[in-house]
Design a protein. Structure first.
Length: 196
């Protein structure tokens, strides 16, 4: 029986909660070195788009204060995904809806579950919100408790290889079952991600 070969290693430049990219050569260098640039929310997408090399593929999931549309070349993931160099990438935008927040990119637990339940399994899962219900992932102050349980359920049931989410306080990396889950605060240029 024919076994398909795994996709080649993939390097990501991930950004979360970066208010400005102007005057930062290190950001531009990270984008140039990466195969794929990703905003996890809380970033000025116009400024980030301006420092991308021509033709650089870019994705984003939106945080609560991000505009609802992203400038080219960014593709917004919100309950959808696509293939990139043989890697299946999917994502969910929005922060958890707590109380009566009505403006901004917020999402209720019910709406998140409705988008994630039919979403096929992926290799790389991108979210703005944290996976809710995983207390040991909580940075100081317990932010993960304000995540979305539907993200936790997606990771548990669909087992992506990697899950990246926006962490407002500090970076956090954990292994959960078969998934490596990483909360990104600021910028992260990954080593080449391996398919396993």
């Amino acid at each position: 029986m024919f076994e398909p070969s795994p996709p080649p290693p993939l390097t990501l430049a991930l950004f979360a909660f970066v208010p400005s990219f102007s005057g930062r050569d290190d950001y531009a260098q990270a984008c140039a070195r990466a195969d794929l640039v990703v905003s996890l929310g809380g970033c000025d997408l116009e400024e980030l788009a301006a420092i991308l090399p021509p033709g650089k593929p870019a994705l984003c999931v939106l945080g609560p204060r991000d505009p609802r549309e992203a400038p080219p070349p960014f593709r917004v993931l919100h309950g959808n995904g696509f293939n990139f160099r043989g890697w299946r990438v999917a994502g969910l935008s929005g922060a958890p809806l707590v109380g009566r927040q009505a403006t901004g990119n917020f999402i209720s637990e019910l709406d998140a579950a409705a988008l994630l339940e039919p979403l096929p399994a992926c290799d790389i899962f991108l979210t703005h919100a944290a996976p809710g219900g995983i207390d040991e992932l909580a940075p100081a102050g317990g932010y993960a408790r304000h995540g979305l349980v539907s993200i936790f359920e997606y990771v548990r049931n669909k087992a992506p290889i990697y899950h990246f989410w926006a962490s407002p306080e500090s970076e956090a990396a954990h292994e959960f079952d078969e998934t490596i889950t990483i909360g990104v605060c600021g910028e992260l240029l990954t080593p080449p991600l391996q398919y396993f």
